[in-house]
Design a protein around this ligand. Structure first.
Ligand SMILES: [Zn+2]
Length: 1012
């Protein structure tokens, strides 16, 4: 408060400050700056006292009469117009009476002083110049710049400028936060002049990650942010999630002291009691908070629930019951929308609840809910997820959708993001875009599905036109629709292409290049590989292991530890066997490398390995951008990391479907990368994000980072939207689905992901021919596939099947299974499918494919095929699960499920097993409804769970309803009795019914029937 543009400096004595902080005006200005704004009169929002003369003229209890447009009072009590008083007349002394005026009286004045000629109620709005005040309304100004102007007009209307408030003691009434006014050539305020209270109010809106980083900005910020009283729950939440020792101890103590434990069946009620003790600020008006809460759709349910289960709190102090109702609303809500509604209800200016306190209560609840699941208390993880999601959206407001992101990348008019768009970017993306790379520097970005990873790399290059970039994908070529988005300073390719240009082409010229990958049969054809098929298989596996490793020479480490026998059994390899094999492999490799040796062909992976061994130099580039780093083999990772330039590695470890797990990660770790993450997906909204996040939580134990989506209106129940993509695990399942479609009455047009040619229909027909030839001497049938033709003389169909099992060729095994299943009917089915197939997704009704091939794509509706994951039943039925354990399933299976789910944009059709899986996070898609709404004249309705004979309890305030899921036909939604609800919701049942009622609830099961 030292810098003055005009007028005079005013100083506040400590006593002045005290009375200011105790006054309503002073407190409201600090805690509710926006509601204070509505008061309009005071340009300093009560932060600065009015001058005494003005105040003595204006008795706070007797407000001034309306003024005319010139600011002259039409009915002044002093008898003279007060406008245009010289500055020198202003007395700068302080008068406590200045603060007597209440908010409402000021607000009333503003409206009374300026009756709208049309008789309509006029609400002053920021950035909307009023039409009837005659003051220069430059409507072309943008909203932010317009705000001070409109505010100034507001002051003009109230006749303040040049009257009571002649002094403008602060450089800017917005502390420079909103830029400068049109008349100021320079911004006159500065963020360093903000008092601690304002900083605290601003900081509470920021994500926790930023709070840690902002500490290093300056001493004042460090002081504010390190203050233990600043956002204690928000900080505890993130510390607890990271597993920080002290935070864990604190939470353990809180849970224990308040009886929120697994053994205590009333733990949820104790949790609400604990939240009800939350401290609040003096400025909070509980009646106002309750009034605002009433607008929430769950208010009535929560209030009734409180009166039944927590009568002590309901009759206790108002503020306790306010916090408790908030907690109950959070516990009963089952969508992100409902939590956001709660935040917006309480965030209204009239609620008087400061943002800092609202955020703290919600973080307190989030921490407790997270801790409950950590302690093994079985409540749905949906409650915590919804709360976290809503808080995330509140702290990370982004207006860029994935579509816009792609569009922005494709518009090449300017090379700066901010010039190309007014949209604000997600802070996570913004942070990475602002990060500079330097030589040898490695930045590792782990981003969930649909977080805009590729777009980020493209945008990163657009931002730096002076640098030369190399964009690399491990194996797959860059798709057409991505390729045209790159700026001219980016060279995009695959590592294989680079290796071909340097080394591979020589083998191609000598006709020594194998088109397909290394198969045991190729080895078998060479003199050294002669012998059993099993030996050829071992040799090819060893060579493949060597090709993907970073090692310079072939050694025992590349030899498999075991091998399959003809009957499919697994036998371990002895050390001397390994040594012998290494010699064979070395000999074969030497001949493969030798350009003059025609008998041994080179493979794509082989020349890539040779290229890596030649220490390739990519010094023409400043930065290498490596996309899909999760599927990167160590050999490619080594080529990238050995370059001198800066490196950006982007990938999602949960989308890993190749088997190089661990090795590549270790290479990256050795370079001490800067770690960053992207957790917000632009592809879908909260419902699909929840399913994906729960898969990661339950199956892969991902606890520290939660996947969130955007504001989209997506769904996991209801009718499919747009094109439907059915994603399967195996080719056999895709074929089954295709058969189901083409044999229906009104067959849809199908698009096979990856194209009809790569699907292998011809191979299936060849296998079938081999099968026919085995049983009957069919003349004139010719097998086209060279591998399958080989088996005409090597044991026929059975020989082929043995070969597939022995070498572990799962693709071939699947095709054999299809042939065995459909037998002689196969050719006609293949013909039907071929006829229904289209070459372009645009003309297809249904898209079919394996998850492997669908990786990288997105679809409006995704249907999860039953073969993707198989679970025996719900979590609450241990006898059905019979020894099934989540951790016994290999990670790659969960990855496939996660990839499939995250392909959906608007609608996810879940499989039965996926629904079973969600029950492991206590998610049963239940919704609380008022019991009175379910009761008719006769008996209460029956429990909808099949086999249960109970009826719902009249006495309970709330009853859980199963949400409808049309994928399983009609009549799947209905109310649940308390015994069935208890099995599913755990301790949350005590919110619905009194403890006595819960205790008397016994499950009555139909004889001879197992309830699901
Ligand atoms: Zn029941």
């Amino acid at each position: 408060m030292t810098q003055c543009r005009r007028g005079k400096r005013r100083r506040l004595a400590p006593s002045d400050c005290l009375s200011l902080s105790n006054s309503n005006v002073g407190a409201v200005s600090l805690t509710q700056p926006f509601s204070s704004l509505a008061a309009g009169r005071d340009s300093h929002r009560g932060l600065y006292p009015w001058n005494r003369k003005a105040a003595t003229q204006l008795d706070p209890l007797q407000r001034p009469a309306p003024r005319n447009a010139n600011g002259v009072s039409e009915n002044t009590t002093s008898g003279k117009a007060s406008a245009g008083r010289p500055h020198s007349e202003v007395d700068l002394a302080f008068d406590p009476r200045d603060f007597l005026a209440s908010d409402s009286s000021i607000e009333r004045d503003v409206f009374v002083l300026h009756p709208n000629p049309s008789g309509e109620r006029h609400v002053p709005l920021l950035g909307c110049p009023s039409k009837n005040n005659g003051v220069g309304g430059d409507t072309s100004t943008r909203s932010f710049e317009g705000a001070p102007a409109a505010f100034q007009q507001n002051q003009m209307r109230t006749g303040i400028i040049g009257a009571e408030l002649d002094v403008d003691p602060l450089p800017d009434s917005y502390f420079g936060l909103l830029g400068c006014r049109g008349s100021h050539s320079q911004p006159s305020g500065h963020v360093t002049q903000l008092p601690d209270e304002i900083l605290r109010a601003v900081f509470c809106h920021l994500p926790a990650v930023d709070l840690y980083r902002l500490r290093s900005v300056c001493q004042q910020w460090q002081r504010v942010l390190s203050d233990p009283m600043f956002a204690p729950w928000k900080r505890r939440y993130y510390r607890y999630r990271k597993g920080e020792g002290r935070a864990v101890m604190e939470m353990d103590k809180i849970l224990k002291e308040n009886n929120i434990t697994k053994d205590n069946e009333l733990c949820m009620l104790n949790l609400i009691r604990y939240v009800s003790l939350f401290q609040h600020g003096r400025s909070v008006n509980t009646d106002a908070v309750l009034n605002c809460l009433q607008h929430h759709p769950l208010f009535k349910q929560s209030k009734l629930c409180m009166s039944q289960t927590l009568p002590d709190i309901n009759h206790a102090a108002r503020i306790s019951s306010t916090w408790a109702i908030q907690a109950v609303i959070v516990l009963l809500s089952n969508s992100v929308q409902e939590i956001r509604r709660l935040i917006s209800c309480l965030g209204r200016p009239c609620s008087t609840l400061p943002a800092t306190e609202l955020v703290e209560v919600l973080y307190c609840l989030a921490t407790l809910l997270f801790a409950l699941r950590e302690k093994g208390i079985s409540i749905s993880n949906r409650i915590h997820y919804n709360l976290f999601y809503a808080l995330y959206l509140r702290e990370n407001p982004a207006t860029v959708s994935s579509k816009q992101l792609k569009h922005l990348c494709s518009s090449q008019e300017s090379n700066s993001w901010h010039l190309r768009t007014n949209a604000s970017l997600n802070p996570e993306l913004e942070r990475i875009l602002n990060l500079e790379t330097s030589p040898h520097h490695v930045i590792k970005i782990t981003g969930y599905a649909g977080t805009g990873k590729t777009s980020l790399l493209i945008e990163y290059a657009w931002h730096r036109p002076h640098l030369r970039f190399l964009y690399v994908r491990p194996t797959k070529p860059v798709p057409e629709d991505v390729a045209h988005l790159f700026p001219p300073n980016v060279d995009f390719t695959t590592m294989r292409t680079k290796a071909y240009q340097c080394i591979g082409h020589k083998y191609h010229q000598k006709k020594k290049l194998m088109i397909c990958g290394l198969k045991p049969f190729a080895v078998l054809g060479s003199p050294e590989g002669q012998g059993s098929l099993s030996r050829a298989n071992l040799i090819s596996r060893s060579l493949c292991a060597f090709f993907s490793s970073v090692d310079e020479a072939i050694g025992v480490a590349h030899v498999p530890g075991d091998h399959r026998s003809t009957c499919g059994g697994i036998k371990p390899m002895e050390h001397h066997e390994k040594l012998e094999l290494v010699e064979d492999v070395k000999r074969i490799w030497t001949k493969m490398v030798d350009l003059r040796e025609p008998s041994h062909l080179m493979t794509h992976d082989g020349y890539l390995k040779l290229w890596q061994l030649s220490n390739p130099n990519l010094s023409q580039f400043d930065v290498i951008l490596l996309d899909e780093a999760e599927d990167c083999s160590p050999v490619i990772m080594d080529i990238v990391l050995s370059q001198k330039c800066g490196k950006l590695l982007v990938g999602d470890p949960h989308q890993q479907i190749c088997s190089f797990k661990g090795a590549s990660e270790a290479l990256v770790e050795a370079h001490r990368p800067t770690l960053l993450s992207l957790t917000q997906s632009f592809r879908f909204g909260p419902e699909i994000a929840y399913v994906a996040a729960t898969i990661l939580d339950v199956c892969k134990r991902v606890k520290d980072k939660t996947l969130v989506g955007g504001y989209q209106d997506d769904n996991t129940s209801g009718r499919p939207v747009g094109q439907v993509a059915i994603l399967c695990r195996t080719t056999a399942a895709v074929f089954d689905e295709a058969v189901r479609i083409v044999t229906s009455d009104n067959p849809n047009k199908i698009y096979l992901i990856g194209g009809l040619d790569t699907f292998g229909m011809d191979t299936m027909l060849d296998i079938q021919m081999l099968m026919i030839k085995e049983t009957e001497q069919a003349a004139g049938l010719e097998i086209r596939d060279p591998l399958i033709r080989l088996f005409e003389r090597r044991g026929g169909f059975r020989g082929l099947r043995n070969y597939a099992v022995q070498v572990g060729d799962s693709e071939l095994e699947e095709r054999i299974a299809v042939v065995e299943k459909y037998g002689l009917g196969l050719p006609s089915l293949v013909e039907k499918i071929t006829n229904q197939c289209v070459n372009c997704t645009t003309f297809a009704n249904v898209i079919l494919g394996t998850v492997h091939k669908a990786k990288g794509s997105e679809f409006e509706t995704v249907q999860i095929a039953e073969d993707l994951i198989k679970l025996p039943g719900f979590q609450h039925n241990p006898h059905v699960l019979s020894g099934f354990r989540i951790d016994s399933v290999p990670d790659v299976n969960w990855n496939l499920l996660y990839i499939a789910v995250t392909r959906a944009k608007r609608r996810l059709v879940m499989s039965r097993s996926l629904e079973y899986l969600l029950s492991f996070a206590s998610e049963y898609f239940l919704k609380p409804v008022l019991t009175t709404n379910l009761l008719g004249k006769g008996l209460p309705p029956k429990c909808h769970i099949s086999g249960c004979l109970n009826r719902i309890a009249r006495e309970a305030v709330l009853t859980m309803m199963k949400a409808p899921s049309p994928q399983y036909g009609p009549n799947v939604d209905g109310p649940l009795c308390h015994a069935c609800t208890r099995l599913r919701t755990g301790p949350l049942i005590h919110l619905l019914a009194s403890p006595q009622l819960v205790r008397t609830g016994v499950r009555t099961v139909m004889r001879g029937r197992d309830p699901p």
